[in-house]
Design a protein around this ligand. Structure first.
Ligand code: DX5
Ligand code: ZN
Length: 220
């Protein structure tokens, strides 16, 4: 499995997003946290910013929709040029239809699960997704402490993915840093979101390299 690093611009300077994207040329993705004050108790950015950022960087955008009614909005993120669009299972009313729409528009389709949401009920959706995102904090804010209690679910998700051919990427998001990334990789994650650990560092690109090296040591 190839390790991929997706720095979260939630921890970047929103007034200088193009520069912040350019600060991590070695990132595989830029993770864009879309929040709506309803699904999570925080408000961030939406479609116009994704459209602008798409033009400002060649790094593909990994849009994580923490919003109600993703069935209505997710296809528009794919149309706006996101490389990957992830919806929350807790919010989607027609996840299969929405995941198919995302794919039909040429983006990778992701399904996200909150820490308390079990992965087993979604096994039959493995053929519909390109990525499973397991939240390792409650969604809504950057800089929270990593929830170790999610690691057994990461392991079970990896086993489930392998049973279905190993094609689906397994992303972890929340509290991922130099101290926790190895445990995530050991449990089977292969795509790592990091906000504070990248943009809180004095040299964000070096932080990406260090995270990739640490994850690669465990994820053989
Ligand atoms: C939290 C967001 C995360 C957040 C991670 O709801 O989904 O992507 O930016 O930030 P850190 O890495 O600081 O926990
Ligand atoms: Zn996120």
């Amino acid at each position: 499995m190839a390790v991929q690093i997706s720095p979260s611009i939630l921890a970047a300077d929103f007034a200088r997003l193009a520069d912040e994207a350019a600060a991590v040329p070695n990132a595989d993705w830029l993770h864009v946290d879309v929040m709506d004050y309803h699904f999570v108790p925080n408000l961030t950015i939406g479609l116009p910013v994704v459209e602008a950022l798409r033009k400002a960087t060649s790094t593909p955008l990994d849009c994580h929709l923490m919003i109600d009614d993703p069935d209505r909005w997710a296809p528009q993120y794919a149309e706006a040029g996101a490389g990957s669009v992830t919806i929350h299972a807790e919010a989607a009313k027609g996840p299969i239809r929405t995941l198919r729409e995302i794919r039909a528009l040429g983006a990778r389709a992701g399904l996200a699960l909150n820490p308390a949401t079990p992965v087993e009920p979604y096994e039959d959706l493995m053929g519909e997704v390109d990525m499973l995102l397991l939240m390792t904090v409650e969604p809504g804010f950057g800089g929270q402490k990593f929830l170790d209690g999610v690691l057994p679910k990461v392991r079970r998700a990896r086993e489930m993915i392998q049973r279905h051919g190993g094609r689906v990427w397994l992303q972890v998001d929340g509290g991922v840093d130099a101290g926790t990334i190895e445990r995530c990789a050991e449990a089977g994650a292969d795509v790592f979101v990091a906000g504070s650990a990248v943009y809180g560092a004095s040299d964000p690109a070096s932080a990406v390299d260090a995270l990739r090296a640490a994850a690669s040591r465990k994820n053989a």
